[in-house]
Design a protein around this ligand. Sequence first.
Ligand code: NAD
Length: 265
Amino acid sequence: MALDLVVSGATGRMGRALAGLMEDAEDLRALGGIAPSGPEVDPAGSGYPEIVPPDACGELIRRADVLIDFSAPTQLAEILDRHGDTLDGTALVVGTTGLEAGHHERLRAAAERVPVLVAANFSVGVNLLLGLVERAAGALDGDAYDIEIVEAHHRRKEDAPSGTALALGEAAARGRGQDLSDLRTDGRSGRTGARPEGEIAFHALRGGGEPGEHVVHFLGERERISLSHRAAGRELFAEGALVAARWLAGRDAGEYRMTDVLGLR
Ligand code: NAD
């Protein structure tokens, strides 16, 4: 029997990519989408039989096996606040980035009732890269190798640095046995003075249609090691989210990671 999926953010780039892939997958069925009402919300040709606003999606969610969210932090929060109680039996896959402490708190509460998987990036390559970066950061002396993370995304991306860049920074900090919040700096401008020891710096390029590139540089006095990943299209992330949805449906309540799905631990 096909899995019934509901997509929050149905009218967006990721929502459309998911609809296209679900149409070709015999084991998945797009039950409906969630998006704020507006002229662009026309289910005809969207790949979703119906698209409802976040304040009226309780019934749709109740009928779904998995709710996939690629929207915006505000929409995710609204859905969890209004309909968190109706999530029983519906697994939750979250790809939305730019989440803050309050969102993670709501997701932890949801994970007490249903299986929840949050991933800043659904690609095999980036999840592999997270492990490689943690290992490299642990192996390279923090006094001798400075870490700089550069990411590039399309001109419409709303958050910076990207969720993936932050996850890579967290992996690097973990490799050094430290917390990213103590080391993070975003960009540089003006008379910055010498680079503080141990700092992990983020730089965000925005433009064109770039689906996502991340490079983690380890800069030493006489060499530079760079670990990088480039997505060829956003179908990569949509396909990964569907792999996660298939894996998550029917599991016990709790928090899961993409590395669990991919067996990369
Ligand atoms: P998009 O702007 O094309 O679509 C956003 C969708 O959310 C639309 O349906 C829009 O109507 C809805 N929405 C509701 N409230 C909104 C608000 N306040 N601002 C903007 N949109 C709002 O975005 P996208 O490229 O489809 O990306 C959606 C989210 O997924 C973003 O947070 C993005 O960073 C993230 N993303 C994650 C991955 C991953 O692998 N985890 C990959 C790509 C994108």
